[in-house]
Ligand binder design. Structure first.
Ligand SMILES: CC(C)(COP(=O)(O)OP(=O)(O)OC[C@H]1O[C@@H](n2cnc3c(N)ncnc32)[C@H](O)[C@@H]1OP(=O)(O)O)[C@@H](O)C(=O)NCCC(=O)NCCS
Length: 197
């Protein structure tokens, strides 16, 4: 048998280009909570925020969307957002409101340079292959000089994402809270860790 058959496809990371936006949007829409069955949600995870194509284009142009590609096709993305940008998304309002009182190791978040880690999603067939680590490594290299903290929230009903982010990527829990009948962990990535020798 041809040995090439066993080769893993090469995953490359970088910034999303305008022609990648449609694939990012498709991935997002396929994995939205309302488009995924209950069992699939529990096992595979889901995303909560739906954006328009224009919003994605705007984020890609300003903050930049980190993408993973195989054969030039986006198979995963990680989307940082400025707090101002995230504040424009209604579902994120209670989360952003928490920033006023949130502390990271006793330091008020407002005293730290911070961005929102808005959304992450990997195509189903590429999950469990290290793509998440690649996306985060690319993001850390890109943003560690600009920010101290990347802050995010993960639904308590998304155990796959929680396990991956807390135990594999190294995000930490800052707080747990409820809003509009949903329970969330506020989690953070400390960019300062990636600068330690
Ligand atoms: C969440 C997501 C980005 C993680 O990427 P991934 O490639 O699947 O992550 P990994 O497979 O490397 O890690 C997941 C870990 O959770 C474990 N896991 C899988 N299903 C699980 C479950 N139902 N409960 C707990 N842990 C679970 C896996 O075994 C793995 O851990 P291990 O490597 O120690 O065995 C990806 O699954 C995804 O895009 N899901 C849909 C969208 C989503 O949930 N986005 C996050 C929103 S907060």
């Amino acid at each position: 048998m041809n040995e090439k058959y066993f080769e893993k496809p090469e995953v490359q990371t970088g910034l999303a280009r305008p022609e990648d936006i449609d694939t990012i949007l498709k991935l997002q829409q396929e994995n939205l909570a309302e488009n995924v069955g209950e069992q699939e949600k529990n096992q595979q995870g889901f995303v909560s925020v739906s954006t328009t194509k224009e919003q994605l284009e705007d984020i890609a142009q300003n903050e930049g969307i980190t993408v993973a590609k195989v054969n030039e096709k986006v198979i995963g993305y990680l989307m940082p957002m400025t707090v101002e940008h995230a504040g424009g998304i209604p579902l994120l309002e209670p989360f952003i409101e928490k920033f006023k009182s949130l502390k990271i190791d006793s330091i008020p978040l407002t005293n730290l340079r911070h961005c929102v880690l808005g959304q992450v999603c990997i195509a189903k067939e590429h999950r469990g292959t290290g793509v998440l680590e690649k996306l985060y490594n690319d993001l850390k290299t890109r943003l560690a000089e600009e920010y101290d903290i990347g802050i995010s929230e993960i639904g308590t009903n998304n155990p796959r994402s929680l396990h991956a982010h807390l135990d594999k990527i190294g995000l930490k829990i800052a707080e747990q809270y409820s809003a509009d009948g949903r329970d969330w962990y506020i989690v953070y990535l400390d960019f300062r860790d990636s600068k330690k020798p």
